[in-house]
Write a protein that binds this ligand. Sequence first.
Ligand code: G6P
Length: 464
Amino acid sequence: MQDPSAAPVVIVSNRGPLSFVTEAGRPVPRRGSGGLVSGLAPLVESGRASWIAAAMSEADRAAARPDGVATGEGLQVRLAEFDADLQRRYYDEVSNSTLWFTHHGLFDRVRAPAYDADWRASWDAYRRVNEVFADLVVEHAPAGATVLVQDYHLTLVAAAARGRRDDISFVHFHHTPFAGPSDLEVLPPEVRAELLEGLLAHDTCGFHTERWATNYRDCVRRFIGTDAATFASTLNSDLQDLRHVASGPACIRAGAELDQLVGDRMLIARVDRMELSKNIVRGFDAYGRLLERRRDLHGRVVFVAACYPSRLGVADYRRYRDEVVAAAESVNQRFGNPRWRPVELAEDDDFPRSVALLQRYDVLVVNPIRDGLNLVAKEGPALNVRDGSLLLSTEAGSHSELAPAVDSVFPFDLEATADAMERALDRDPAARSRLAGELRELVARRTPADWLSDQLAAAGEVAH
Ligand code: G6P
């Protein structure tokens, strides 16, 4: 086997670096945002890495015809195509409704999960999709490649490819939290074992923090009875990429609109997918409690929440969207008046506007129930120009890195969250500047390239 730190690389993920939209009947590429793409794209552009992902839409499928490879924005991605039923079962039912809930501790165990023959058909579909990805790896990975498998959708790829290409090293990276043994107990025993055996088929598994790595090792020890190889490596966004967006015309326009909206009020902000784990409703409830006790803040603060719909194929997400809208509305009805709307909820996914919001906040709210990392908690401090404060959940992976310079909150405690918002809004300029400076320093410590080299180094350490 060649040295993995110099070997060709194959990235395997559910969502690829490009997504296509249909314009005038043709698929038009859009480059995905976030650390994963900005971290890995240079390797793909240089020709050293190739990428395999799932086609997520009709436009993606059209872009990949006829040979399964889609190109755009200097990138090339091989897209695996699945029929609608297989896709729904693998992505909506197993990945997002079962595994995501398990790893984030989201189940209300009185009502869910409830396994039946239909769910088992979905697990078969999940296994089938993983096998298709494995077939593509076996067929297309260059000799001696290091294959970097990303996230909970694809835990069984290495197990399905093993024995057919012994020249390949496999590294798995979980971007979500990993459930501890008591949370993993909600999976059917045979599924739990298959999942853990699937992960063990990799040379090593990576996580954003040691906390999730420990959970995984504990699960393997408890349910399989062996030790597991792990590494912890945190991802950061590409700050140059973000600053490029920040200096672009769309962001400047969005910033001017935001200035108009906010005026000389203080700005509380959040940027999230409408995602159950993000705890958006409790965030608005806590803000309501703050407005209840601090009449002097009425008219002097506004909470701008850029929260865009996500995974609408799943009923729980559709319901959650309605709950988020209702929670924002309730604060507005209780406290608003013709001259002041306390919450502005923006539901369209507008990246330049999100960047503008991150530049301008006084308080950024990141209060997830549990989160593998949370990149917004790093992007915000890097972009912010007002010495804003960061309110951060102790359950976000990034908390372990940023704790010394944030207002930590236990995400289920409404009063404590309101206290933290209050403390941040009242902070004097000198303390704001000191904390913001510390945060900027903490988030600039690593680049996406560091995360990538950690994965390759992890493959190297276990290579034989
Ligand atoms: C998280 C997961 C990713 C996923 C992303 C967006 O960050 O770790 O794997 O791609 O959410 O979710 P989606 O289901 O829209 O791809």
